[in-house]
Design a protein around this ligand. Structure first.
Ligand code: S3P
Length: 171
C-alpha cells in the first residue's frame, strides 16, 4: 500500500535514476522531482555549464543548497538525486532528517557507461572513461550507506525496476 512513504533514488550516472523515478511515480500516481532538473530551472543554467565555468566544488555547494530548497518546498514522494548528491555527508543527513528512504540503484560500470554514451545529457564528470571508472569505484562505499539497495541487471527496463521497487517497498 502506498501510505505516503517518500523515497530518493541514488546511484551512479547512467544507472537510470530519472527514468526509474518517472515510472515509479506513474505507478504510485505520485509526484516526483528530479534534483538535476530542479537545479537547472532555479539556476537558469545547465549543470554542465555550472561545473565547466565555476568548478565542481562550487557546483556541490549549489547542489546542496538546491537539495535543501527542494526538500523544504516539495512533498514529492519520489526524488531522483544527481549521481554525486548522496556522496556529501550533510546531504545524506538532510535527506534522513526529512524522512526520505534512500534507495541505491546499483549496476555495473559498463552498463552505466553504455547509458552515458547513448544519452544526450552532458556529464562533465563522465567525459573520460578512466576517470569515470575511478569515481564509480570510489563511490560504491558511500552509495551502499543507502537504506535500500536494488541490483539493476542490463536486461531490466526502467519500468521493470520501478515495478520491483514498488512491489518490494511500497506494497
Ligand atoms: C553528477 C551526476 C549528474 C549531475 C552532475 C554531477 C555526479 O547527475 O548531477 O553532472 O557527480 O555524479 P546524473 O547522475 O543524473 O547524471
Amino acid at each position: 500500500m502506498n501510505d505516503g512513504k517518500r523515497i530518493c533514488l541514488t546511484g551512479f550516472m547512467g544507472v537510470g535514476k530519472s527514468s526509474v523515478g518517472r515510472h515509479l511515480a506513474q505507478i504510485l500516481k505520485a509526484d516526483r522531482i528530479d534534483l538535476d532538473f530542479f537545479i537547472e530551472k532555479n539556476e537558469k543554467r545547465k549543470i554542465a555549464a555550472i561545473i565547466d565555468n565555476d568548478g565542481v566544488e562550487a557546483y556541490r555547494a549549489i547542489e546542496s543548497a538546491n537539495l535543501k530548497r527542494l526538500l523544504d518546498q516539495t512533498t514529492a514522494q519520489v526524488v531522483s538525486l544527481g549521481g554525486g548528491t548522496w556522496v556529501d555527508d550533510d546531504n545524506r543527513a538532510l535527506i534522513k532528517s526529512k524522512g526520505l528512504t534512500s534507495i541505491w540503484l546499483e549496476s555495473t560500470f559498463e552498463h552505466c557507461w553504455y547509458n552515458i554514451k547513448f544519452s544526450h545529457k552532458d556529464r562533465p564528470l563522465a567525459r573520460d572513461k578512466v576517470k569515470a571508472l575511478e569515481l564509480f569505484e570510489e563511490r560504491k562505499k558511500i552509495y551502499c550507506l543507502a537504506d535500500w539497495h536494488f541490483i539493476i541487471k542490463a536486461e531490466y527496463s526502467s519500468y521493470d525496476i520501478a515495478k520491483l521497487i514498488h512491489d518490494e517497498y511500497f506494497l
